[in-house]
Ligand binder design. Structure first.
Ligand SMILES: [Zn+2]
Length: 447
């Protein structure tokens, strides 16, 4: 995933102080290191970058009343359950989600936490991520437009805008690290057009730009949202963002499914990024985002697992596969696949992997991750090719990881430090994470 998209048979790398110093044929590497990792028989790729998630939703997977609902009904079912969360729920669910992500090859994750009931804080999530060792872009989400003001969420889960902005400022000052190699960055992320006021969007943008942090929100996810924006604000979602000063190189949107061709061009022109969440879009019947059009127009596109109440998993390599397959469904529907032109190719496995690595890095505004390249952070994952799932695909190991049924990866490292070793978590006790998580999830649903 370097600029030349090199693939090195019998390749290797030398890491020093958390960075790749040399990426080359193994025979050219220094003969000595403090630690040697023998990855013969593995395919090694840069760590995957997750650009959209809600870790806390791992507590409410497959909730029966929300299994077969569209976005708005799904949200209305889950808001009252989420309102019972405590700091312990935020901490435990972060560990669960990040463990799952790390075991799927993810080394940098963005999360969007937008409700803070019963004393919960973004700090609880950051503490859990530091323990686990995955890089975190922690989005300080918010909701301020409750039902009584025409918003979707119940008033019990929204906060005052004064509290939101003060806490946002506190978090930036306490945690945001703008330097290359950062393990924690803060993002400001009012939740969506139907749960915050335009005023909070404007003030969040101003605060973010004063401090040089990025902006993120849900946008154009469903047709319902488009109708809501037209009726309440008199704009389509993208035009509404334009009106609020929310278009720019420091902004990325989750989903961006319901967009017109001129809106795709507007994203490209103004440098906005898109977090594509294929499984969630299928799960909630939201639609199919025009990913090929985005990429051809030059829009930054990364992949997101999205929250675990609408996925209901956090396997990022599986999401790479879903992105490739869903793009092909769209190519079938639009007639692209009917062309006899041999140069017209369906979305390839390598293109999907690019979205999951370099694409994600560009969406998060990072040039220090996403590639196995000298000078970049030593974030990588490795998969052994002699597993059953890859039998018969050894002629193209890179594509095999996308075309074949994804499984747990064998090694994941962040800054050269192993988080997963031989298919097992190193930085947390998996069984303890699971049992604590299940106990908390049960309590949350029982109320
Ligand atoms: Zn989301």
């Amino acid at each position: 995933m370097d600029d030349h998209q090199r693939e090195l048979p019998d390749g290797g790398f030398f890491v020093r102080d958390g960075l790749f110093e040399q990426v080359a044929a193994s025979s050219e590497l220094p003969g000595y290191a403090d630690e040697i990792l023998d990855l013969r028989g593995h395919v090694v790729l840069p760590g995957l970058v997750n650009t959209h998630h809600h870790f806390y939703q791992t507590l409410t997977r497959a909730v029966p009343a929300a299994q077969d609902a569209n976005l708005f009904n799904w949200l209305k079912t889950l808001y009252p359950i989420w309102a019972r969360m405590t700091p312990e729920h935020v901490f435990a669910s972060t560990q669960t989600a990040l463990a799952e992500l790390a075991l799927s090859g993810c080394t940098t994750a963005s999360d969007h936490l937008y409700l803070f009931p019963n004393g919960s804080r973004l700090d609880d999530e950051i503490d859990a991520a530091r323990e686990l060792g995955v890089r975190l872009h922690a989005s300080r989400g918010s909701m301020s437009l409750g039902e009584s003001k025409g918003g979707l969420p119940p008033d019990s889960v929204v906060d005052s805008e004064d509290v939101i902005l003060k806490d946002s400022q506190r978090l930036i000052q306490r945690y945001h690290d703008p330097k290359p190699g950062a393990s924690v960055r803060i993002v400001l992320a009012p939740c969506s057009p139907f749960s915050v006021t335009g005023d909070l969007m404007r003030q969040s943008a101003q605060l973010a730009r004063e401090h040089g942090v990025r902006l993120h929100t849900h946008l154009a996810e469903t047709e319902d949202e488009e109708q809501f924006c037209l009726q309440k604000f008199g704009y389509r979602p993208v035009a509404y963002m334009q009106e609020l000063g929310w278009m720019g190189t420091d902004v990325w949107f989750a989903h961006a499914v319901w967009v017109s061709a001129p809106e795709v061009q507007a994203f490209a022109r103004q440098g906005c990024g898109v977090a594509h969440c294929p499984t969630s879009n299928m799960r909630l019947a939201s639609g199919i985002a025009p990913i090929k059009e985005y990429v051809e127009a030059g829009v930054h596109v990364g992949l997101g697992a999205d929250g675990s109440a609408s996925n209901d998993g956090s396997h990022l390599l599986a999401e790479v596969r879903q992105a490739m397959l869903l793009a092909r469904v769209r190519e079938g529907i639009t007639g692209y696949s009917l062309s006899n032109d041999p140069n017209r190719r369906l979305m390839t496995a390598r293109q999907a992997l690019w979205l999951g690595t370099r694409g994600g890095a560009s969406v998060l505004g990072r040039t220090d991750i996403g590639a196995l390249e000298a000078g970049k952070c030593a974030d990588f994952f490795a998969v052994r090719l002699d597993h059953l799932e890859y039998a018969g695909a050894a002629h193209d190991p890179v594509s095999a990881l996308v075309f074949c049924q994804p499984r747990r990866v064998d090694f994941t490292a962040v800054g050269g430090k192993l988080i997963v070793k031989n298919g097992n978590l190193v930085t947390a006790d998996e069984n303890r994470v699971i049992s604590r998580h299940n106990r908390l999830a049960r309590g949350l649903l029982e109320g």
